[in-house]
Design a protein around this ligand. Sequence first.
Ligand SMILES: Nc1ncnc2c1ncn2[C@@H]1O[C@H](COP(=O)(O)OP(=O)(O)OP(=O)(O)O)[C@@H](O)[C@H]1O
Ligand SMILES: [Mg+2]
Length: 226
Amino acid sequence: MLNANQVVYAYKNRYQTVRAVDGVSQSFEPGRFYAIVGKSGSGKTTLLSLLAGLDLPSGGSVTFDGTSTTDMDLDGYRRDNVAVICQSYNLFPLLTALENVLYPLELKKIPKANARQIAAEKLLSVGIEQSQFKRLPAMLSGGEQQRVAIARALAGDAKVILADEPTGNLDTENGKNIVAILKRLAHEENRCVIVVTHDLAIAEEADEVLRMRDGRIEEAANATAP
Ligand SMILES: Nc1ncnc2c1ncn2[C@@H]1O[C@H](COP(=O)(O)OP(=O)(O)OP(=O)(O)O)[C@@H](O)[C@H]1O
Ligand SMILES: [Mg+2]
């Protein structure tokens, strides 16, 4: 469904060029939970932003259902097909939990009453209770905020969920909770879930672990040759 084909991305300025992603080929399928691991600076976030259509590759291509991100309406792609969850600053601080989740539904012009019902459903599904719907993000714990962010990602009905260190500032318990939710989304709702993480415990939960090093995905040590 989502494919990286010999993807290269270079950050350039007058003095130097950094090939942050340096020839990545990988296919990502629905119903699977992928973990991307690797040292700081190995290119994980850059790869994620290319998959999300937030940036375009300098070489190679990222395709979704066969169409390259360079040829598609990227606003539409981001609105309809991918959801991004990052470590922090996920939510609009001046909107309540419910309003945050309503946002992607408004973008899709879903009628109000219907949207409210979907948003409430998504919030409940990640364990946010009715009594918390009207709280601003600052009135929620880190784990709760992260769950609202996931509910918002779900509301848009994205087939691809990209998360960059989604458990980065959470304690172990909350972190496990988020991972369980992401895993359920892959396995029970058939979404393609790709998580960047430093946490090896999370990586252990994944169906596939992709290890990045110097902008490339390393061969898995235990991979069997096809
Ligand atoms: N805006 C930028 N301008 C120039 N170089 C950048 C920029 N952003 C990232 N880089 C460089 O690109 C490389 C990959 O960065 P990236 O953020 O993708 O790494 P990462 O694997 O996500 O690291 P971390 O685990 O620390 O988040 C690094 O060498 C980094 O210094
Ligand atoms: Mg990063």
